[in-house]
Design a protein around this ligand. Structure first.
Ligand code: TYM
Length: 327
């Protein structure tokens, strides 16, 4: 079975974009692949997160992933910092990547823009991400559209490493879903729904109560021409709603559009569909919260399994670059 790896930052409450763009596909892939999923706490250190909060969020994110359907008997779920080879491999790759290619990363540009002082970790962030991937010989990386550029970089780095040191790393490929890859903010449909940008009304959280979901969808920004039609360019707010209803009910946005004449009806049905989509996830989350100790044990087991793979890949890469093996 070919390998899959993906990761998520424990930097805030998970939202519909995370679920539709990534997590839902992680659940799908565990049936057909040897799947590794990690909560990337080291990446979250690039943000200003309070240490105590980071610890709690790391555990909560793991619980959310289990609630969403990750099954520890069918995938390996672990915390990135529990497997020491991530930072070791990142160093080998930092000695392969260039300043120029990292400077071109749009996420780096966005996050560093206007800042007087920018941390080195924010700059090298995508190299650590590449290390996460190559450590598991992952061929497939299920992510949302916003990770496309980071995945292209990971490929480039792996190819360059192999060119210099032989056939050592598996070159990964992004798996971006056809629908749901770019869920937009309900209040600012020109920008993606995000954990880090505060937009409480624009962001539907995976754990939002049904009445919160209804309120947010009802207040979603649309346009004034009143015609229901799927047009991302000139009707981004409406297109986002059509896409959300489409992915929640296995239809295309155009099919959905043809069944509605009024924005109000579309909004009501979209809210209803999202509530139903998230209902089982929320029910499982409540059960899991009752026994957080079980999740900790499970993460320990995941780290052990992940380490077994990571140790072998790292040793292979270390040998290839000429590091003397410890006795
Ligand atoms: P993160 O934590 O920002 O997001 C986790 C996943 O959710 C997807 N996503 C979205 N998809 C659709 N619409 C949205 N509005 C939306 N917002 C987020 C993201 O594309 C992602 O798949 N750098 C990564 C984490 C990472 C990683 C990795 C991913 C670290 N190492 C190795 C893959 C492989 C990130 O910040 O994701």
């Amino acid at each position: 079975m070919s390998r899959v790896l993906s990761g998520i930052q424990p930097s805030g409450d998970l939202h519909l974009g995370n679920y539709l763009g990534a997590i839902r596909n992680w659940v799908e892939d565990q049936g057909s692949h040897d799947a590794f999923y990690c909560v990337v706490d080291l990446h979250a250190l690039t943000l200003d997160i309070d240490p105590a909060e980071l610890r709690i969020r790391t555990q909560d994110t793991a619980l959310d992933l289990l609630a969403a359907g990750l099954d520890p008997d069918r995938c390996t779920l672990f915390v990135q910092s529990h497997v020491v080879q991530h930072t070791q491999m990142a160093w080998l790759l930092e000695c392969t990547a260039t300043m120029g290619e990292l400077r071109r990363m749009t996420q780096f540009k966005d996050k560093s823009e206007g800042k007087e002082s920018v941390r080195v970790g924010l700059f090298t962030y995508p190299v650590l991400q590449a290390a996460d991937i190559v450590l598991y010989d992952a061929e497939r990386v299920p992510v949302g559209d916003d990770q496309r550029q980071h995945l292209e970089l990971a490929r480039e780095i792996a190819i360059r490493f192999n060119h210099r040191f032989g056939d050592v790393l598996v070159v990964p490929e992004a798996a971006i879903p056809k629908a749901g890859a770019r869920v937009m903010d309900l209040q600012h449909p020109e920008r993606k729904m995000s954990k880090s940008v505060s937009s409480p009304l624009g962001t539907v959280l995976m754990m939002d109560e049904p009445d919160q979901i209804t309120r947010k969808v009802k207040k979603a920004v649309t346009d004034t021409d009143g015609e229901v039609r799927f047009d991302r360019e000139s009707k981004p707010g409406l297109a986002n709603l059509l896409e959300l209803l489409a992915v929640s009910t296995d239809r295309t946005p155009d099919q959905v559009a043809s069944s509605y004449e009024r924005y109000g009806d579309l909004k009501a049905d979209t809210a209803e569909a999202l509530i139903e989509l998230l209902r089982p996830v929320q029910a499982r989350r409540a059960e899991l919260a009752a026994d957080p100790g079980a999740a900790a044990a499970l993460l320990a087991r995941g780290a052990e399994k992940a380490s077994e793979v990571a140790e072998v890949t790292y040793a292979r890469a270390a040998e290839a670059v000429g590091l003397l093996a410890p006795r």
